[in-house]
Design a protein around this ligand. Structure first.
Ligand SMILES: Cc1ncc(COP(=O)(O)O)c(C=O)c1O
Length: 365
């Protein structure tokens, strides 16, 4: 039986192979290897796509979050609130600055940060909240923004999984102080290497990040502060520039596949992420939960269907954060998800008959 992988990047590459190769050749012909005109063009297109005044290319989503925290002025001992149910990199930027990530449990239905649990975590040291549009589904932005406003906190969007996702008809990335994107190859908009981006409507953040990513320098060889080399490669800018033209089509196809899963899977042992009416997810991942995950995984693998796991350990229980003192039972919904989640095959090139095969197999479980 034909294999159905969790993700197949080659199937996306082949139809755009010639266009990509021409774009890469142009970078090489112009020796525009680091930052440069191809990245600048992509930044313009990304800002216009997200509806923000500025977009900045960097070398990863992790760097995007790190620089966003620096631009906010987050410092040692200060606290930043973020969900326990996310990829760990949401927290790294906070930790790199010796600030403290403060984790909040997810909502048991949407699986995104639960706004009703945020206020209890706010202290005199809290400076910001990072909301994550996890699996491509927007978190409840207005609810979180209202809490941020009430307590004079800054809100950041982790858009790593959510390029093109909409909240109440408006693209994510322009609601908070900054939106942080990942262009890791497996993302909906993936580079052919590492890449990340920051969107903002704030000129001060934009200028500061341009300097920070480039050795703390505006004028070459004059360094106003300690900076980093977090520039985007020219080749990645060119590749992303080509791929950005296709993102809406790819996202639309993912939505069709998600709709097939939502309608077709009728097995009561399976639970899916609740989609509020204000959310327009781009389904970076299609996550389900089931009581006996290992059994379902084996049941699928026996038919050559390979699901993924996102994520098996919630952030507050990672060894890296053991000194923060969290324990099992602190975030019951995030812990439940970590133990019971399974990500179904999801990429735009999946054929209907493949999606149907996954559905049939799950219903037979
Ligand atoms: C939610 C989330 N935040 C941050 C990141 C970090 O992005 P990157 O891998 O590009 O550093 C990722 C992806 O890996 C992510 O999924």
């Amino acid at each position: 039986m034909e294999k159905i992988p969790f993700l197949d990047l080659k199937k996306q590459y082949l139809p755009i192979r010639d266009e990509i190769r021409t774009a890469i050749d142009e970078v090489l012909d112009n020796t525009a290897y680091s930052h440069g005109p191809f990245v600048e063009k992509f930044e313009k297109d990304l800002a216009s796509y997200c509806g923000t005044r500025y977009a900045l290319g960097v070398n990863s989503g992790t760097s995007a979050l790190h620089l966003a925290m620096m631009a906010l002025g987050i410092g040692p001992g200060e606290e930043v609130i973020l969900p326990a149910n996310t990829f760990i990199a949401t927290a790294w930027g906070v930790s790199y600055l010796n600030a403290i990530p403060v984790f909040v449990d997810c909502d048991p239905e949407t699986w995104n940060i639960d706004p009703s649990k945020i206020e209890a975590k706010i202290t005199s040291k809290t400076k910001a909240i990072i909301g994550v549009h996890l699996y491509g589904q927007p978190f409840d932005i207005e609810a979180v923004a209202a809490i941020a406003k009430k307590h004079n906190l800054l809100m950041i969007e982790d858009c790593a999984q959510a390029i093109g996702a909409e909240y109440k008809g408006k693209k994510t990335g322009g609601f908070g102080e900054m939106g942080c994107f990942s262009f890791y190859p497996g993302k909906n908009l993936g580079a052919y290497g590492e890449g990340g981006g920051i969107t903002t409507n704030n000129e001060i953040y934009s200028k500061h990040i341009q300097s920070l990513r480039n050795h703390g320098s505006v004028e070459r060889y004059y360094h106003d502060e300690i900076g980093y080399n977090m520039r985007m490669d020219g080749i990645q800018g060119a590749v992303l520039g080509v791929k950005l033209k296709y993102i809406d089509g790819w996202n639309l196809r993912r939505k069709q596949i998600a709709a097939m899963y939502q309608k077709g899977i009728v097995n009561e042992k399976i639970k899916m992420q609740y989609q509020p009416e204000w959310s327009d997810s781009i389904y970076h991942l299609f996550v389900i939960t089931t009581e006996k995950r290992e059994a379902l995984m084996k049941h699928l693998q026996a038919e050559n269907i390979f699901p993924g796991l996102h994520y098996p350990v919630p952030c507050h229980l990672q060894k890296a954060y053991k000194e923060l003192g969290y324990k099992k039972g602190d975030m019951p919904h995030s812990e439940y998800l970590a133990e019971h989640c399974l990500s179904l095959p999801m990429f735009a090139e999946l054929r209907n008959d493949e999606v149907e095969r996954v559905i049939e197999r799950i219903n037979a479980y």
